[in-house]
Design a protein. Structure first.
Length: 513
């Protein structure tokens, strides 16, 4: 019998969330830094077309990735129940079936997908890459159990292992065999190893008894989450699809490279937050609605400050970062990188609000915004293809500005959080980004382009400006970070001690959940 769970308090929640964010950050950060190092090497070995082919293949499976667990992984996290129960075994079984179907269907359709990107001679590459959703989907419930239990240290080990295996497989193949296939094999093998380790760390047996009540309970909540994630994933990768199919796979290579630094610095941080947001919001909801609202506002302040500052700084240094880090053959990626950096910075403003809809049991509310937004973005990208990479990247930026504003309005109406509080959470980030842009672009105009010295000087100028502007405009964000880290070092929480032993505070244990 599982011991009763202690009642969560604001202080203990802050402690566990900060701890989880640090471990999650170590996992993602280490993983991506290792892969960036691999990219820097491969950028000098392989061609833009090689990168474009792999990006095209990954784009297709990335659009399907959000649907691999039908949202049941989010249901496992939101339920906050313990152990490997029949409900989790049912979720695991559903995932295995769906992942197998997706992988088999993708392999069968690979000739058509290759033809769509005018790459018929690379059909085998597209068929091979569909092993990725098979391996990833078959372990998503196992990973969700780690998220539910806030066991982020183990997820860190898996992330590092995934990155190391990918480097160990890809680099020798790139130096010998060469071509896009070397990258594809590295992706597939690393995901296979991660799946095996997750199965070992969180052993879950499939079930042959799929009772209707358990399946419908998982899909009722998870299905809405899956729709939201699919729409978001579709929007996030449709620009890749348009560039590869309507311009060229070589152009997609440049566009994908333009994403490398913004993705590493900004988007990965947002996904680190997403890795624990639903768990944290769900626990905060159990403490009190106001506690969840305050957690959301603090997260919005921190993410907006970080994302806008980082996006602006990357836009400033992109002119010199691309030729210095990736080589001059990638110079066509400079302007798209500037636009994408600012776009991802804007996206960070509303990012913290996404999991609030799921935490309060209203994920369907967000679909009312995401569905028409996705349709409009598709149309805009199709028209933008006539204007090349800059046109596509510009649509990305304009869309994120409008989408961010509408999402915050929807959040205000759902939660009744005062609009003044939301604006107050976002405004410091805007002021810091504006200051960084004025100083950074001003200094950049005085320096030669494409030089290592210029990159180093601009990086230092942006860093100093961000720190100074943060101390001037965003002291509450600094306080939030200090308090969160301080709570990790603090002693026992008296409130937790008073309530943890009470049987009235134990989570209800259901046999089929």
């Amino acid at each position: 019998m599982e011991p009763p769970l202690a009642k969560e308090t604001p202080r203990s929640l802050a402690k566990s969330s900060a701890h989880g964010f640090l471990w999650n950050g170590l996992a993602w950060g280490s993983n991506r830094i290792i892969l960036l190092g691999l990219t820097l090497v491969l950028a000098r070995i392989l061609t833009p077309q090689d990168f474009g082919l792999v990006t095209a293949a990954v784009t297709i499976i990335a659009m399907l990735d959000a649907a691999l667990d039908l949202g049941v992984g989010a249901s496992v996290v939101a339920d906050q129940q313990r152990g490997i129960t029949h409900r989790i075994r049912t979720a695991f079984t559903l995932n295995v079936v769906v992942s197998t179907v997706v992988a088999a269907t993708g392999a069968l359709l690979s000739p058509l997908i290759a033809a769509l990107f005018d790459a018929r001679e690379h059909t085998g590459l597209f068929a091979l890459i569909f092993l990725y959703p098979l391996f990833r989907g078959c372990a998503q419930v196992n990973d969700s159990v780690l998220k539910r239990d806030l066991r982020f240290r183990r997820r860190t080990v898996i992330g590092l292992l995934r990155a190391v295996v990918r480097v160990a497989v890809t680099l020798p193949l790139a130096l010998t065999t060469g071509g896009a296939i070397s990258i594809a094999i590295g992706i597939v093998v690393s995901e296979f190893v991660a799946m095996i380790v997750l199965w070992w760390l969180v052993p879950v047996r499939p079930t042959t008894r799929l009772d209707r009540s358990t399946v419908s309970g998982l899909l009722r909540f998870g299905g809405q989450v899956a729709v939201i994630r699919m729409l978001g994933s579709f929007r996030g990768y449709f620009d890749y699809f348009v560039v590869g199919a309507m311009i060229s796979t070589t152009a997609l290579g440049f566009y994908g490279m333009a994403y490398k630094l913004p993705e590493l610095v900004i988007e990965n941080t947002l996904w680190i937050f997403s890795g624990l947001a639903l768990s944290a919001y769900s626990r905060a909801r159990d403490v009190g609605q106001h506690v969840m609202h305050q957690a959301m506002l603090r997260a919005t302040r921190l993410l907006a400050l970080y994302g806008l500052a980082a996006g602006t700084a990357l836009a400033v240094v992109s002119r010199d970062a691309v030729p210095v880090l990736f080589s001059e053959q990638w110079n066509q990626a400079v302007v798209p990188m500037m636009l994408i950096s600012i776009s991802l910075g804007v996206m960070s403003i509303a990012w913290a609000s996404g999991d609030v809809f799921a935490a309060v049991g209203r994920p369907g509310t967000l679909i009312k915004l995401e569905l028409p937004a996705t349709v409009l973005m598709i149309v805009a990208f199709l028209f933008a293809a006539d204007y090349g990479l800059i046109g596509v990247a510009s649509v990305h930026l304009v869309f994120n500005v409008v989408h961010c504003l509408l999402r915050l309005i929807l959040l205000h109406r759902l939660t009744k959080v005062p609009g003044r509080a939301v604006v107050g959470a976002v405004l410091p980030g805007i002021l810091v980004a504006a200051t960084t842009a004025v100083v950074g672009f001003g200094v950049r105009g005085l320096l030669p382009s494409g030089a290592l010295s210029s990159l180093l000087i601009l990086s230092a100028v942006c860093a100093v400006t961000v720190v100074g502007a943060t101390l001037l405009f965003a002291r509450p964000a600094v306080t939030d970070v200090r308090d969160a880290l301080g709570s990790r070092r603090g002693g026992p929480d008296p409130a937790a001690a008073d309530t943890s032993a009470s049987p009235d505070n134990a989570k209800t244990q259901e046999g089929n959940s």
